[in-house]
Design a protein around this ligand. Structure first.
Ligand SMILES: [Zn+2]
Length: 57
């Protein structure tokens, strides 16, 4: 029973990632000056997706 539920949770997580709803954690913050502003490097805890997003300018 427990196993089946874990499988379901994993399938759901994968579906969310496929939709672009990653569980992101910030792995690096680069503070920039000027127009580029701060850039955060992020990684998904579930699928390992990596990306960067711009913080507040
Ligand atoms: Zn993901």
């Amino acid at each position: 029973m427990k196993r089946a539920r874990e499988g379901l949770a994993r399938a759901l997580s994968r579906a969310l990632c496929a939709l672009g709803l990653h569980e992101l954690e910030v792995i690096e913050v680069r503070i920039g000056f000027g127009p580029s502003g701060t850039v955060e490097k992020v990684r998904c805890r579930r699928c390992g997706y990596r990306g960067a997003r711009r913080g507040r300018a």
